[in-house]
Design a protein around this ligand. Structure first.
Ligand code: ADP
Length: 198
């Protein structure tokens, strides 16, 4: 089993790469999606989060209200650290379990799609790190277009993260998304085709 850690920065094209890999039938485990699942009402992480942050982070149905939770931790590094300490270990455990199950079923490789792969240290557990790279101005422009954000807002969101150039230093492969989406798709196709040949 080969584990590939896929990461990037906001608007760099990571989700576009993930979708392309899935279209090729590659197993992709999306850390954000796993986190959503683990925070569903009744799950242990759901309980741990509202016990830590109080009833105010629940909606009328008792589900975690992600917008309220986001506002609770926004700009408060201590609160964000507490939330991450409740969620991240459970996400990591789920990724490991699902990977082990896939390996047992004979799946040859899995892609872990993790926004904070490098920052969170999970890059140490993968066999290869792939970083999707775009220039800062392209990230800003793509975030503006996708999220209908203002230039200032998009710029703040990009600036809040590690610069992609720093992530590239950890990369075994860099997917260059400074061109068109078709260029990016061709790079993914070539990597998948190379597996077929090996
Ligand atoms: P990420 O997951 O890294 O935040 P996405 O894959 O969601 O990034 O891409 C962000 C937005 O930019 C999406 O709307 C996507 O369609 C668009 N996009 C991605 N790559 C390109 C590209 N090469 N040229 C133009 N737009 C792109």
């Amino acid at each position: 089993m080969t584990i590939i850690g896929l990461t990037g920065g906001i608007g760099s094209g990571k989700s576009t790469v993930s979708r392309r890999l899935e279209a090729h039938g590659v197993l992709v485990l999306d850390a954000d999606r796993v986190a959503h699942e683990l925070m569903e009402r009744g799950r242990p992480v759901w309980r741990a989060v509202w016990e830590a942050f109080g009833w105010a982070v629940l909606d009328a149905c008792g589900a975690l209200d992600r917008a309220r939770l986001g506002r609770t931790v926004f700009g408060d590094p201590v609160a964000l650290g507490r939330l991450n300490a409740l969620v991240h270990p459970a996400v990591r455990a789920a990724l490991r379990e699902r990977t082990a199950a896939a390996a047992a079923a004979g799946v040859p490789r899995v892609v872990w799609d993790v926004p904070l792969l490098i920052e969170g240290g999970l890059y140490r557990e993968v066999d290869q790190v792939w970083v999707v790279y775009a220039a800062v101005e392209q990230q800003v422009e793509r975030v503006m277009r996708r999220a209908h954000a203002s230039a200032g807002e998009a710029r703040r969101r990009v600036a809040a993260q590690w610069p992609l150039a720093a992530k590239v230093a950890y990369a075994d492969r860099v997917l260059d998304n400074t061109g068109s989406e078709e260029d990016l798709a061709r790079q993914v196709d070539a990597l998948v085709a190379a597996w077929g040949a090996s």
